[in-house]
Design a binder for this molecule. Structure first.
Ligand code: ADP
Ligand code: MG
Length: 666
């Protein structure tokens, strides 16, 4: 076929003036039939049978694929202009045919070869689709998945969503520059067929997806329905979209496809920003929008968003961000490493005219200019977050709630920016458990003689609040930061301090809090051991042997009889345990110190046992005390059988010593 003349760029193959002319006609050669990869078949089943409520999104998915295809070709054409020598401007066209009951979405993007078709449409490609499927399966019975309509919006399930509205889907496609075209067909039930397609029926380049709408979906043949969906879901796509309401009719423009970030801020409405944000694959509202043009040595435009909610893959081990890098509106990468990992929740587009286009993607991202852009964008985003935290405290708190766990990685990984990230950080503390405390507020509330910022590491807040090590701090009204995230152990262990105050674990080393007054006005009890106490501690240490480093009196206990703390030299106990769990503890675990509460009745009573000749009760009690302290740390007893035997022995004694209950005797 020829491509000259007044033909509109996106006009589908011009056979007899029909726009979706090839439907149902026999293809040139014998099709080859393929079975879908198992996952695809299950996904199709799920979607078709249970996920009907948000059917509109099929169009968004097809348009987004069409736009991706155009952006891919725009990029490939930089090094091989012959790919676009037909001169068609990029575009997406939606054609409706009431009589044939078809809706088709065409693009003149990169297109697909036969192998591409098998790879792309016969296999689950996108991570979103994969995650969607996993979540659905996890949600329970695969036949009756729940909550699917919110999931759909969240995941972007891609091409297969077409089968929500169509009984039969045809994909006619021709890879740009190739002299072969193919038709992929499927009813979405388990297999698909691929057959060669005559070139005169195929798009000049790109793809046409034809949906034979099912009976419930005929409303999508109405132009206003399509127009509404495009406006809602795809208005910000950076490729023009037009509609052909009837076969033979002139196309009408639905969307200009201008790249939003290139427009001046003053001309953009919040609604448009939101549309654009959602065109990046988000389903919520942005919590913060940052749009600026950097001028000076390197010039570039940034449009960035803090999402309004937490994405499903935030803690994906790959920790990949979703930053789009453009060079003069050519998409170079959809996952450019512009921001550090600890800002991976941001969604953004960066466009620069200063980067070289005619080198590989990899080389672009290794250039010095790119490094300068990365640094500039990161600094600005952090600044904007800090500004946001100051100007709208409440809205910012939600951002922290969603992404604080990731931002805190920056405290560890980016020591240079640590001071700025401190300003962003919000904490739960023993006196302010709601998780909104800033370090500045903590420091402003220091007690007389308090010189350190105290913290407790652990796995969950409730448990941290109940730590025996906290007792002495609570009794003095000293605020203790409660740090339940795994990452906390890392940054707090390497941080020098904040505002000149060192961070100090409440479960490591000496507590050093006796100079801080008790709230009830009482004197701090002396931890100086009397001779009797000294021999008690010595005997306890002798009993426990290598299980503990030392036994000593504690300043930090007021109710519990004992607790474990780390020595000054070693790692914090909880950090050590975490490292051990991840197999990252080189060498042996260090021994803890058992601290006892000299004024606890159990400890005073034990002193009486020191002289006793029968030490079995003493030994049992001391070992059980140690295991109990381990339990309070969230550990398992080191010797479960020994623990249980000793406990039973103790209980038996207690039971035997108590008056026997009235009632029939066995
Ligand atoms: P995703 O877009 O997240 O990769 P989809 O299920 O939407 O997942 O699409 C699967 C793949 O099919 C795409 O990655 C792409 O390779 C291919 N594809 C789909 N539609 C088109 C199209 N219009 N042009 C070219 N390739 C396409
Ligand atoms: Mg897609």
């Amino acid at each position: 076929m020829t491509t000259e003349g007044a033909q509109t760029p996106l006009d589908p193959a011009p056979v007899d003036g029909a726009h979706v002319e090839s439907i149902g006609e026999p293809a040139a050669a014998q099709p080859t039939t393929h079975a879908f990869q198992a996952d695809v078949a299950r996904l199709l089943h799920l979607m078709v049978h249970s996920v009907y409520s948000e059917r509109d999104i099929f169009l968004r998915e097809l348009i987004s694929n069409a736009a991706d295809a155009c952006e891919k070709l725009r990029y490939e054409a930089v090094s091989d202009p012959s790919l676009v020598q037909d001169g068609q401007p990029f575009g997406i066209s939606i054609a409706l045919d009431k009589d044939a009951k078809t809706l088709s979405v065409s693009d003149n993007g990169i297109g697909m070869s036969e192998a591409d078709l098998v790879d792309a449409l016969g296999t689950i490609a996108s991570s979103g689709t994969r995650a969607f499927l996993d979540r659905m399966m996890a949600a329970g019975d695969a036949e009756k998945p729940q909550a699917s309509s919110d999931l759909i919006g969240q995941f972007g399930i891609g091409f297969y969503s077409a089968f929500m509205v169509a009984d039969q889907v045809e994909v006619d496609t021709r890879r740009a520059g190739a002299d072969a075209a193919h038709r992929w067909t499927s009813d979405g039930k388990g297999s698909y067929a691929i057959a060669p397609l005559d070139l005169d029926r195929a798009p000049v380049r790109g793809t046409r997806v034809v949906l034979h709408l099912n009976a419930e979906s005929e409303s999508y043949l109405k132009p206003y329905a399509v127009e509404r969906i495009v406006r809602e879901h795809s208005g910000a796509v950076a490729v023009p979209i037009n509609i052909l309401e009837k076969p033979g009719e002139e196309p009408r423009s639905l969307s200009e496809g201008t790249a939003l970030w290139t427009k001046p801020k003053s001309e953009i409405t919040p609604e448009q920003y939101k549309e654009f944000y959602q065109s990046l694959g988000q389903f919520d509202d942005p919590a913060l929008t940052v749009h600026y043009r950097a001028e000076g040595r390197t010039e570039y435009t940034v449009l960035a968003f803090v999402p309004g909610s937490r994405p499903f893959d935030l803690f994906d081990p790959q920790r990949k961000g979703k930053a789009k890098l453009y060079v003069r509106r050519v998409l170079i990468s959809s996952d450019a490493e512009i921001l550090p990992n600890w800002l991976r929740f941001m969604r953004l587009v960066v466009d620069s005219a200063d980067l070289p286009l005619n080198v590989s993607r990899e080389l672009i991202q290794e250039s010095a200019i790119f490094a300068a852009i990365k640094k500039g964008v990161t600094n600005r985003i952090v600044q904007e977050l800090a500004k946001f935290a100051e100007n709208d405290r409440q809205a910012y708190e939600t951002v922290w709630e969603n992404f604080g766990g990731v931002l805190k990685e920056g405290l560890y990984e980016d020591p240079e920016r640590r001071d700025t990230i401190y300003k962003l950080a919000r904490f739960a503390s023993s006196t302010h458990p709601d998780g909104k405390r800033t370090l500045a507020e903590y420091v402003a509330g220091l007690k007389t003689n308090q010189t350190a910022i105290y913290y407790a590491l652990g796995e969950d807040l409730k448990r941290l609040q109940a730590s025996p090590q906290l007792e002495g701090f609570k009794a003095r009204g000293i605020e203790v930061l409660l740090l339940p995230d795994p990452i906390d152990a890392f940054w707090v262990g390497s941080a020098a301090g904040f505002d000149g105050k060192p961070f100090k674990s409440i479960s490591q080393g000496a507590a050093d809090i006796k100079d801080i007054a008790l709230e009830d006005g009482k004197e701090t009890p002396s931890t100086e051991a009397t001779p009797a106490q000294a021999s008690l501690y010595a005997l306890m240490k002798q009993t426990l042997g290598e299980a503990v480093e030392d036994v000593r009196a504690s300043e930090r206990l007021s109710e519990s009889p004992a607790c474990l703390v780390a020595t000054d030299r070693g790692l914090d106990l909880r950090l050590e345990r975490m490292l051990a769990e991840h197999g990252q503890l080189g060498g042996k675990a260090s021994k803890p110190v058992l601290e006892v509460n000299p004024s606890h009745p159990l400890i005073t009573a034990l002193q009486g046992h020191v002289e006793a000749s029968d030490r079995s009760a003493f030994d049992d009690i001391v070992w059980v005390l140690l295991e109990e302290a381990r339990l309070m740390e969230g550990e398992k007893p080191a010797d479960a059988i020994g623990f249980s035997t000793r406990l039973t022995r103790i209980l038996t004694r207690v039971a035997a010593a108590s008056p026997a209950p009235a009632g029939p005797q066995a």
